[in-house]
Design a protein around this ligand. Structure first.
Ligand SMILES: C[S@@+](CC[C@H](N)C(=O)[O-])C[C@H]1O[C@@H](n2cnc3c(N)ncnc32)[C@H](O)[C@@H]1O
Length: 209
């Protein structure tokens, strides 16, 4: 894969909700790699290719590059993420600016898919389609790591454009994969932008058969 920065924003912005992630991306750009991803790497068998969806400040893409993945693809719809991508000079890194809906996924392509605080930013229909396509694009024995928001999350309000899961529906989303880690987490902690928040998360690591 070539080191290209694809600007699909011309048409993808139409579907993307107009929240700018620039502040979030600025404030998280010095963050350490998320421990769940570090844990997931203990379970990889091959490291030919990885995908970082909703990559944001791309800290995790950088980590994946440092951990010997042959190629790392990051995708995100936000302009600030695209700017971060330009700072990564490794030739085996590839950034695609696209929404989840428009991002092309090919079958059996990735040894690892990282989806940290990324999947819930979808309506239910888009979510179901995305999760099926992500599972399809994992190679056999490939690892899927990430998190979903739980129903007691304080962002779960009427009219929210995000998707929230019960323990059962989170398991359903991972249906067909072998679950390695499924860890429910609830805590009160400020967001990256400093807002108080009740977090209800399902953190998972799963493997395709
Ligand atoms: C909470 S941030 C998480 C960023 C990073 N993965 C992390 O763990 O810090 C969510 C990211 O998903 C991207 N995003 C949200 N909705 C999206 C969509 N529908 N399509 C593509 N990217 C989206 C945002 O631009 C943002 O960078």
């Amino acid at each position: 894969m070539e080191n290209s920065v694809t600007d699909e924003s011309q048409h993808t912005h139409m579907h993307h909700n107009n929240i700018s992630w620039k502040k979030y991306i600025d404030r998280t750009s010095k963050n350490k790699v998320r421990p769940l991803l570090v844990e997931a790497l203990q379970h990889t068998q091959e490291r030919a290719s990885a995908l970082d969806i909703g990559g944001g400040a791309l800290n995790e893409s950088k980590y994946l590059l440092s951990q010997g993945f042959g190629s790392v693809t990051a995708m995100d719809a936000d302009e600030a993420a695209e700017e971060k991508a330009k700072e990564i000079k490794e030739p085996n890194f590839n950034f695609v600016r696209a929404t989840y809906t428009d991002f092309k996924l090919e079958p059996e392509s990735y040894d690892l898919i990282n989806a940290q605080y990324a999947l819930p930013f979808n309506g239910p229909e888009e979510f179901n389609d995305l999760i099926e396509r992500l599972k399809m694009s994992l190679k056999s024995k490939g690892i899927f790591v990430g998190n979903l928001f739980g129903e007691r999350d304080s962002w779960n309000i009427v009219g929210s454009k995000k998707i929230f899961h019960t323990n059962e529906s989170a398991h359903e989303a991972l249906d067909g994969l072998d679950i390695i880690v499924f860890r429910e987490e609830e805590k009160d902690e400020k967001t990256a932008l400093g807002q108080p928040k009740h977090w209800h998360l399902f953190n998972f690591i799963a493997r395709k058969r």
